[in-house]
Design a protein around this ligand. Structure first.
Ligand code: KG4
Ligand code: ZN
Length: 343
């Protein structure tokens, strides 16, 4: 299967066999193009996808040692994501499916982030059923996953996604984009208890929602001072940046762990899947291992290279193909795909 992912600012293609073995996975990041805006600019993203999509597909085929004639299925991420970006990947996939006479399969970006957890298990072992946590630049969502393709939203963020909060915090601290890795690096030499940042809804076990805007504002006030105040904030030394980064990271991770614990208790599931760019965070990964020990649950976190956007996780396309879930060539992208929340 050739899989294509272009939902945000990574142009990605992968070749994956029926046993989910990744024969190649190529990701062309556009981070450098968006860095000076400290976030993804949709029009720049779709134009960059157009330039990169064919070379990325060529490289994925070459690295897998195969040609177009060796393929049997074409898969593309159809949503959620940026409409212009998704259109580039889906149009490339449709064109290949049509010219090669192959079935076209649509992949949901969120399901794919969770399916990346399945791919780190040995063959024959299933990652489902489970609670799923997707933490990325666009999402902070908890799901009940009955199977790989049957997932229900339990709760999401009221404002920023976790990755978005990292990106904005990094921008306030004058660190590079994307913010997650930059905050993580700065935090390594800081004290995580230096600042008592807020942790939203952490004491409300029934509430499976996130909010990171209060945390972001608290950080902003520490850096720029309180609005209307005549007192200047302390100088932003490298030690203060490190302490702010470490305290910020600690607050985000505390919330993600506690809310996952609440979701596990409420649903009764004994397994937690974690995917998305923020799942690459070392502190979060350590705390998930701890959660596993203290709460007696199995935590499966995507391999680091499959946390941030990639096409290998679109291996879930095989599941759809086996269920006969094939797309017509007239199918459209689903940029704002939102799952019905549980009442
Ligand atoms: O999954 P992803 O590549 O794209 C979306 O689907 O949004 O996630 C990108 C996000 C960015 O916000 C980035 O700052 C964050 O993941 N991220 C991290 C780390 N690596 C990437 N956040 C915290 N720690 C990291 N090590
Ligand atoms: Zn993603």
């Amino acid at each position: 299967m050739l899989a294509i992912e272009s939902s945000c600012d990574e142009t990605a293609a992968a070749v994956i066999d029926e046993q989910y073995r990744v024969r190649s996975s190529i990701v062309a990041s556009q981070a450098a193009l968006h860095a000076r805006f400290a976030g993804v600019v949709p029009e720049i993203a779709s134009r960059a996808h157009l330039e990169r999509i064919l070379p990325v597909i060529d490289e994925a085929l070459a690295m897998a040692g195969c040609t177009l004639q060796d393929l049997s299925v074409i898969a593309a991420v159809t949503g959620p994501g940026l409409v212009g970006s998704l259109l580039v990947g889906l149009t490339a996939a449709k064109t290949l499916a049509w010219t090669l006479g192959l079935p076209l399969v649509g992949v949901d970006h969120i399901e794919a982030h969770l399916f990346a957890c399945q791919m780190s298990l040995p063959p024959g072992e299933s990652a489902f059923p489970a609670v799923g946590l997707v933490v990325s630049g666009g999402h902070s969502n908890l799901y009940e996953c009955r199977s790989a393709t049957d997932i229900e939203l339990l709760g999401s963020t009221l404002d920023d996604a976790a990755g978005e909060a990292f990106d904005k915090a990094a921008s306030v601290l004058g660190l590079s984009y994307p913010g997650g890795p930059a905050i993580e690096a700065a935090a390594a030499s800081g004290r995580s208890d230096a600042f008592a940042f807020p942790r939203s809804f952490i004491k409300e076990p029934q509430r499976l929602e996130f909010s990171f805007s209060g945390l972001k504002t608290s950080l902003l006030y520490e850096v720029r001072g309180l609005p209307g105040s005549t007192v200047n904030p302390p100088e932003l030394t490298s030690q203060r940046i490190a302490d702010l980064a470490a305290s910020f990271q600690q607050a985000v991770v505390d919330v993600l762990i506690e809310k996952s614990r609440h979701a596990l208790r409420l649903t009764g599931h004994k397994r937690l899947l974690v995917g998305g760019g923020v799942a690459a965070n070392t502190l979060l990964r350590e705390r998930l291992r701890e959660l596993s020990r203290t709460d007696g649950i199995q935590t499966i976190v995507s391999e680091k290279s499959y946390c941030t956007d990639n096409a290998a996780m679109a291996a879930i396309g095989w599941e759809h193909f086996r269920r006969g879930n094939v797309l017509p060539l007239g199918a459209d992208v689903r940029p704002g795909l939102v799952r019905k929340a549980r009442n």
